[in-house]
Design a protein around this ligand. Structure first.
Ligand code: ARG
Length: 269
């Protein structure tokens, strides 16, 4: 992972409740959110990631979570169809940005809900060594989006149903680390999902409930560098033992909206 899209938290707040983490009475502190976001930005630069920015829009507080704007597959940008009207307004800005950046923008049928990379993560080493897309559905994406994406991108897509409302996007409960390793929170999947993930990764690291609720699956991985919200000593050791370099951040103000490190970025290559 070398190039990511971020959006400054200029208009970020919690003005509505569309996931169990959001409470309009528990607003994030804007100054703190801003300094947490800057720390994330600087950490990404320090590990050699190139950052592109999409201009934030007043009245679209969740636009900071760029992972939900779409999914990049080569030179294609699969535009999101947001589940909730509160976020639907973001789509046209992500579309314009993607066109401006030279992507071919692909739209799904209107009634087919899809929330971008938040629910769709690539792992390498799939069938015939092509990339495989692991895609979540139920809370914020519909399974119909997976077939469309498979058809349009010629990628193998494995659909997994999400089981817990607190872990409503795939990237809140699953994170591929390498061809063989991944982090996941087992309770967020049904027995089929657990079986599939075990068959795909020989080294599947289970998160404790504490680490899962601290959004430790919501990590940004670039080679051996991992950027995530603060985690337990046990998880740190588990990752370091495997040769990963962990960059822990405090993303408290974004967790108030149900997001953390990975939700704040969208992969561009
Ligand atoms: N408040 C945002 C929402 O509910 C958080 C999005 C988190 N994004 C993610 N990729 N998990 O849409």
């Amino acid at each position: 992972m070398k190039k990511l899209l971020l959006s400054r938290p200029a208009f970020y707040t919690v003005d509505y409740e569309i996931n169990p983490w959001m409470h309009i009475r528990e607003k994030p502190n804007s100054a703190l959110a801003s300094s947490e976001w800057i720390a994330l930005y600087k950490t990404l630069l320090s590990i050699g990631i190139e950052v592109e920015l999409i201009e934030p829009v007043k009245g679209l507080p969740d636009m900071v979570f760029t992972a939900n704007g779409g999914l990049v597959v080569g030179d294609k940008f699969v535009l999101s169809n947001f589940r909730h009207k509160e976020r639907a307004g973001e789509a046209k800005y992500f579309e314009a940005w993607a066109k401006g950046a030279g992507f071919e923008v692909i739209k799904l049928p209107k009634d087919c809900i899809f929330e971008g990379e938040g629910d769709a993560l690539f792992v390498s080493g799939g069938v015939e060594d092509q990339d495989t897309l692991i895609a979540g559905f139920r809370f914020r994406s519909d399974i119909c989006s997976h077939n469309h994406i498979a058809g349009m991108t010629q990628k193998k897509v494995i659909s997994l149903e999400l089981a817990l409302p607190n872990f409503y996007h795939l990237d809140t409960c699953f994170c591929p680390l390498s061809k063989d390793s991944a982090i996941y929170y087992p309770e967020a999947f049904d027995s089929y999902g657990k079986k599939i993930l075990k068959s795909l990764f020989s080294d599947l690291i289970e998160l404790s409930v504490e680490d899962a609720l601290n959004f430790c699956a919501n990590a940004i991985v670039s080679g051996t560098d991992i950027v995530m919200n603060k985690c337990s000593g046990l998880l740190r050791t588990t990752l370091e033992d495997r040769g990963f370099v962990l960059h822990e951040l405090d993303l408290s103000e974004f967790i108030k909206s149900g997001g953390s490190a990975k939700c704040l970025v969208l992969k561009l290559d």
